[in-house]
Ligand binder design. Structure first.
Ligand code: SF4
Length: 156
């Protein structure tokens, strides 16, 4: 780079730029089924303010969302609906498993409960807890943003 441009121009790879833009413009689809939802909502409120990470705006159509938050217990009855929502979400898309129930069935080791949503959809980030504390939720979000920043991005 010539000396006249030094300090005035920033160079990057287009892939990194796309990752940076995508990680700070996440449109979430909250798939909320149970008590973890209360903690999910508290994370969205002003005290924790998930909006400062560019990830607060919920969309209730999967076609307008790019990250599905699966929050709470998933029964076998509702599992096909989760899969349909996943299939309808436009690429690129990511999935966060919020809490013990979504990740492994939690306390519900029974015939009615899916023992982990990764048997239905691919999961990018797991957040532990029953329910997770808002700090853990924000930590999970930051991990998702790291993943998005560093992954290969397709663009046309
Ligand atoms: S992980 Fe705990 S708080 Fe969350 S939905 Fe299951 S039982 Fe409820």
């Amino acid at each position: 780079m010539s000396r006249s441009l030094s300090g005035n121009v920033m160079t990057t790879k287009f892939d990194k730029l796309l990752g940076w833009a995508r990680k700070y413009s996440l449109f979430q689809y909250p798939f909320v089924t149970a008590c973890c939802g209360m903690e999910f909502m508290s994370t969205a409120c002003s005290h924790y303010d998930i909006d400062r990470f560019g990830a607060a705006f919920p969309r209730f159509s999967p076609r307008q969302a790019d990250v599905i938050w699966v929050v709470g217990t998933i029964s076998h009855k509702i599992a096909p609906i989760l899969r349909t929502v996943y299939d309808q979400t436009a690429d690129p898309k990511w999935v966060v498993s919020f809490g013990a129930c979504a990740s492994c069935g939690g306390p519900y080791d029974n015939y009615a409960t899916v023992q982990g949503i990764d048997t239905i959809v691919p999961v990018d980030v797991y957040i532990a807890g029953c329910p997770p504390r808002p700090e853990a939720v924000l930590d999970g979000l930051l991990k998702l943003q790291d993943l998005i920043q560093n992954q290969k991005h397709e663009w046309k």
